[in-house]
Write a protein that binds this ligand. Structure first.
Ligand code: ATP
Ligand code: MG
Length: 341
């Protein structure tokens, strides 16, 4: 029987990962690997580890996010093992059939170091036939067919990745990864609410939840009031200014890098590029962000900032599209794996 190609697009995210295949499968999972804390945990779990959403809400498990800060946490063998399990999980979700030739395009943060890209590629090649590693914002641009005169800003949990598209594979100067992203906002929001209401019981998970409901920057006429707990009792508190300040904290560096990328385009392309700024990733849902960026860049011309429609799958769909467009035989010949290196 001739081998069939299973083409897979994988977006390996800090907080969640997405998997799509050429057989129409689309799925996502929390980028977490969990191990029982002790013998009781092994008994309760009935296994030595668990990957993905099934790991959440179980107090007897120790959670590991192998891609914390957007790169493989490869210092210890357990960290490398967790990253491997995450990738194995992604492949299993793609439902390969016996005899398939499994070919995956995997997105990693822009400017993940060459060492890190190689680590991902090496792991991938141990569990599939052909693999290619590309930068996440490039994947988004590829999926949207915006490979020229555009700038993608992918605001994830661990990193905000920016990439200038110039009609060629991005070089390292065309991309940058900032560590101020969703997790950074959560930490800031958590500490600022604690500073204003010292008796309120706060965690970063609660802060993240508040952010995902109410995130905004700039002016808003709405007041944000949430129910939290003070010494165990429910109370209602105003967190409007805390939410705004925490969300706005990621903006200045983003603007600074956008300006640098705009300046890096040929003069003839700059007007088009500022008119084609694309926001992706979960953080692109922050209300008012597009407007704030447009206002800050006004002196560069007619700025247009648009958000992608599907913040979860755009990256993985772009990876799949690349896999479809390029016969897998050529993947290791065109040097795409050198992106950002
Ligand atoms: N409505 C929302 N408003 C603001 N932030 C949101 C919203 N929904 C989700 N987020 C945040 O988006 C982030 C997750 O986005 P995404 O899934 O793109 O990240 P990721 O791909 O896992 O991370 P990375 O790209 O850094 O590896 C989280 O910080 C999450 O809290
Ligand atoms: Mg991402």
């Amino acid at each position: 029987m001739e081998k069939q190609d299973l083409l897979v697009g994988i977006d390996l995210g800090t907080s969640r990962s997405a998997v799509v295949t050429n057989r129409g499968l689309r799925t996502m999972f929390e980028s977490v690997v969990a191990y029982p804390k002790d013998l009781i945990g092994v008994r309760l779990l009935g296994a030595t580890h668990v990957v993905g959403d099934a790991a959440l809400d179980k107090a007897y498990l120790q959670l590991t996010y192998p891609l914390k800060d957007g790169v493989i946490q490869g210092r210890s063998e357990q960290e490398r093992d967790a990253a491997r399990k995450l990738l194995e999980h992604a492949i299993a979700l793609a439902e390969p059939r016996p005899g398939d030739r499994v070919c995956a395009v995997i997105g990693v943060p822009a400017n993940a170091s060459k060492v890190n890209q190689d680590q991902v590629l090496e792991m991938a090649l141990q569990m599939m036939d052909i693999a290619m590693v590309v930068s996440e914002p490039f994947m988004v641009a590829y999926g949207l067919d915006q490979l020229s005169d555009s700038i993608v800003v992918d605001i994830g949990a661990g990193t905000t990745d920016l990439c200038a598209l110039k009609g060629r594979l991005p070089q390292s100067g065309d991309q940058v990864s900032l560590i101020k992203a969703g997790n950074f906002i959560d930490d800031l929001l958590c500490s600022s609410i604690t500073a204003r209401y010292p008796d309120i019981q706060m965690t970063t998970a609660i802060a993240r939840h508040i952010k995902e409901q109410h995130a905004f920057v700039g002016q808003s006429s709405e007041r944000i009031e949430v129910q939290l707990r003070e010494k165990g009792k429910p109370v209602h508190v105003d967190v409007t200014s805390e939410v705004r300040t925490a969300c706005e904290a990621i903006v200045p560096e983003m603007i600074e890098q956008l300006e640098r990328l705009i300046q890096g385009f040929e003069p003839g392309s700059q007007a088009k590029a500022v008119g084609n700024i694309i926001l992706a990733g979960g953080g692109s849902r922050i209300r008012g962000l597009g407007q704030m960026i447009a206002d800050a860049l006004r002196s560069y011309g007619d700025v247009k900032v648009n958000g992608v429609k599907d913040v979860i799958y755009t990256g993985a769909e772009g990876a799949l599209k690349l896999a479809n467009d390029l016969p897998p035989e050529y993947w290791d010949q065109i040097g795409v794996t050198e992106i950002g290196g």
